[in-house]
Ligand binder design. Structure first.
Ligand code: SF4
Ligand code: FES
Length: 360
């Protein structure tokens, strides 16, 4: 094989979801249920992933619990030796379903939350009573003996709750919390003015997270993703293009990241018609920004080129119109000015959310 196998596969089982978060990582053009892969299709993908050497399967969406075959899919993946992680909004995860998932072989659950104060969290989620249902689901997960991670996306309308989010994770017996600022492409980009915090709010949050990390060391792992708008250097998006993860969209398109189909000049192969190993090694889209050969200066000669792998291609496209441009999140980027003015959005009155929905 030309490239080491991916560590994980992110299976976006469906774009159906009872929530409408305005920063959803799904594309603006959501895949309709009729186009989703069948149970057999997904099982075939999991077989190929295991054969390829993939270790982790992240079952995501949309809301993966919207698939009535979720128990069969988990059981099949576990049988193939994959470590299975369910990434869920958890609003439909009752005690019985949680036990069935555990008995099918599920290893880990990640539950997303929109905040701590219920009414505010429900407004962000675009669903009434979501916060209460999520708290109940967290208990079902730990009572079933499953490992729990809390995913908390933060933004200007919930950043003041960061300490409370960490306390919630501790109270619910989570092993890990991921506090991630909104990533600004797709739905997040279309809601940036409603979501982007000020630079001062961001710095304050970073300090709080650092203090909490020290305080809770050994008890709770706190992962933290900063907003690129105020970064000096970009993050290695997806661990680098075509390096660690394959995303499979609900309709079977295999992509290096969940937003890659915003790069219109790329064609994505489909797992219905092409083997996963062949896609991983040979697909033109996976090779387009893999490694360092594609990089323009200053990345080409930069000491960080094999650390951040040039940042995020989808963000470069969204901000400059060119997916191969140096990510403006880097202070060395000749396109840094694309972020000028962004900060001004964070101090203006936030506009209403554009909620994530089909045809939205
Ligand atoms: Fe990363 Fe390129 Fe910036 Fe260097 S110049 S830090 S490789 S984005
Ligand atoms: Fe596509 Fe970052 S989201 S490369």
């Amino acid at each position: 094989m030309k490239h080491p196998p991916p560590l994980g596969i992110l299976a976006e089982l469906t774009h159906r979801c009872p929530l409408q978060c305005p920063y959803c990582s799904n594309p603006l053009a959501l895949t309709k249920p009729v186009a989703e892969l069948s149970t057999q299709d997904w099982m075939h993908v999991f077989d190929q992933a295991a054969a390829l050497g993939v270790l982790q399967l992240h079952l995501s969406g949309g809301e993966p619990m919207a698939r009535t075959d979720i128990f069969d899919l988990v059981a099949h993946a576990a049988k193939m030796g994959l470590y299975t992680n369910l990434i869920t909004s958890a609003v439909t995860l009752d005690a019985d379903k949680t036990r069935r998932l555990r008995d099918a072989g599920l290893d880990h659950v990640q539950i997303s939350i929109q905040g701590v104060e219920a009414a505010r969290a429900d407004r962000v989620a675009g669903m009434q009573s979501a916060a209460v249902k999520k708290r109940a689901a967290m208990r079902h997960v730990t009572e079933a003996g499953l490992a729990l991670t809390i995913n908390a996306v933060v933004h200007r309308q919930n950043l003041d709750e960061v300490d409370a989010l960490i306390d919630l994770a501790l109270a619910e017996g989570a092993e890990r919390i991921e506090i991630a600022h909104v990533q600004y492409y797709g739905w997040g980009l279309s809601n940036r003015a409603a979501l982007l915090p000020t630079r001062a709010q961001t710095m304050e949050t970073t300090a709080k997270v650092e203090a909490a990390r020290q305080k809770h060391e050994g008890r709770l792992v706190i992962d933290y993703v900063v907003p690129d708008a105020y970064a000096e250097r970009p993050k290695a998006c997806m661990g680098g293009w075509g390096r660690q993860v394959i995303v499979v969209a609900p309709d079977g398109r295999a992509m290096p990241c969940h937003a890659a189909d915003t790069i219109l000049q790329l064609d994505f192969s489909n797992v219905r018609t092409r083997n996963l190993a062949d896609i991983w090694s040979n697909d033109a889209a996976f090779n387009a920004y893999r490694g360092t050969d594609w990089m323009p200066d200053p990345c080409r000669s930069c000491v960080r080129r094999e650390i951040d792998w040039g940042g995020c291609r989808c963000q470069a496209l969204a901000l400059t119109g060119d997916a191969s441009a140096t990510d403006p999140a880097c202070a060395l980027s000749p396109h840094r000015a694309a972020l000028n003015g962004v900060e001004a959005e964070s101090t203006a009155l936030p506009p209403p959310f554009r909620y994530r929905k089909f045809g939205g």
